[in-house]
Design a protein around this ligand. Structure first.
Ligand SMILES: C[S@@+](CC[C@H](N)C(=O)[O-])C[C@H]1O[C@@H](n2cnc3c(N)ncnc32)[C@H](O)[C@@H]1O
Length: 265
C-alpha cells in the first residue's frame, strides 16, 4: 500500500454521485460546526480532499472576493468552474509546499484523513499551518454499525452485514481506511496544541433510494472488484445493490464526528 492508495475514483461519474450524496448527508452538520467560528470576509482558507467542493463553495461565500479558498484534492475533476474556489491538484501526503503553505485562518478536511495512513502526521501539519487564532475543522465517520432497522429477511440482513463488514473492515483497511480514527481526532488536536476544542457526533436513519443509501451504492460499485477479491459473491453484491435502492430498507447512516480546534493567538 502506498500513501496515495485512495480507494475511490473521484473524477468518475460514480465519484460525482458520491460527492453529491456526501454533500446532501453531511453539509448541514459541517456548516453547523463552521458557522459559530464567525468566518470573516478576507480570510484565507484551505479545504483538504475537497471532493465535489460543496464546503469550499460555502467557505468562498463567507470570505468574499477579498478572501481565498484553496481546494486541494488528488483529483480536481469535480472542482472546476466554482466561483471563488481555487482548485489545486495535490497529494496532501506531500505536505503543503510553495503556494499551499500557511498561514491559514481556517483549514477544513472531511472524510479524507480517515483514508490516509499518515493521518496523525498530516493533522499535525495542518495545525502547524494555521495562523495564530486560526481554526482547524476535521470531520470523519466512525465505526458505529449501519444497523438495519426495518424488518428484512434473515438472508437480506446477512447480505447487508457481510458487505458492510467487508467494505469497512477488509477492503477499506487494505486501502488505508481507518474507521476507528475519528475517535482520536480530539486527542490529536490536543497534542497539536490547539485550544477551544469542540466536537459533535451526529447520524440519521436512511431508506433505500435516498442519498445516504445511494452513497453506499456508489461506494459499492466503485469497490466492486476489491469486494469480489475479498470474498463477496456476485449474487451478494447484486442483492446488496438492490437493497440500497429498496425503499423498504431502513438503516442507520454513518455516524459523523466533527471536531474543531483553534491555534492560540
Ligand atoms: C470521501 S471523499 C470526501 C470529499 C469531501 N471532503 C466531502 O466530504 O464531501 C475524499 C476526498 O479526498 C481526496 N483525497 C484522497 N486522498 C487524497 C490525498 N492523498 N491528497 C489529497 N486529496 C485526497 C479524494 O480524491 C476525495 O475527493
Amino acid at each position: 500500500m502506498t500513501d496515495t492508495s485512495y480507494l475511490f475514483d473521484t473524477g468518475s461519474d460514480l465519484g460525482a454521485a458520491q460527492m453529491d450524496h456526501l454533500a446532501a448527508m453531511l453539509d448541514a452538520a459541517t456548516f453547523g460546526m463552521l458557522t459559530p467560528i464567525g468566518i470573516q470576509s478576507g480570510w484565507r482558507c484551505l479545504d483538504v480532499g475537497a471532493g465535489g467542493g460543496s464546503v469550499a463553495r460555502w467557505l468562498a461565500d463567507q470570505v468574499g472576493p477579498d478572501g481565498e479558498v484553496l481546494a486541494v484534492d488528488l483529483d480536481t475533476a469535480q472542482l472546476h468552474s466554482q466561483p471563488g474556489v481555487d482548485p489545486v491538484a495535490h497529494d496532501i501526503n506531500d505536505g503543503l509546499p510553495g503556494h499551499l503553505a500557511g498561514p491559514y485562518d481556517l483549514i477544513h478536511t472531511r472524510l479524507t484523513l480517515m483514508h490516509l495512513p499518515r493521518r496523525e502526521e498530516i493533522l499535525a501539519l495542518l495545525a502547524d499551518s494555521l495562523a495564530p487564532g486560526g481554526w482547524l475543522v476535521v470531520g470523519d465517520v466512525t465505526d458505529r454499525p449501519r444497523r438495519v432497522l426495518s424488518a428484512v429477511s434473515a438472508e437480506d440482513l446477512a447480505v447487508w452485514e457481510r458487505i458492510q463488514h467487508l467494505s469497512h473492515r477488509v477492503v477499506g483497511p487494505a486501502g488505508g481506511l481507518d474507521v476507528d480514527w475519528a475517535h482520536r481526532i480530539d486527542d490529536r488536536m490536543v497534542a497539536a496544541g490547539l485550544t477551544e476544542i469542540h466536537g459533535i457526533e451526529t447520524s440519521q436513519t436512511v431508506t433505500g433510494g435516498s442519498p445516504g443509501m445511494l452513497l453506499h451504492l456508489s461506494l459499492n460499485k466503485q469497490a466492486y472488484h476489491l469486494l469480489v477479491a475479498a470474498g463477496a459473491t456476485a449474487a451478494q453484491l447484486e442483492r446488496y445493490q438492490e437493497l440500497c435502492r429498496d425503499p423498504q430498507l431502513r438503516t442507520w447512516f454513518y455516524q459523523f464526528l466533527c471536531v474543531r480546534g483553534r491555534r492560540p493567538r
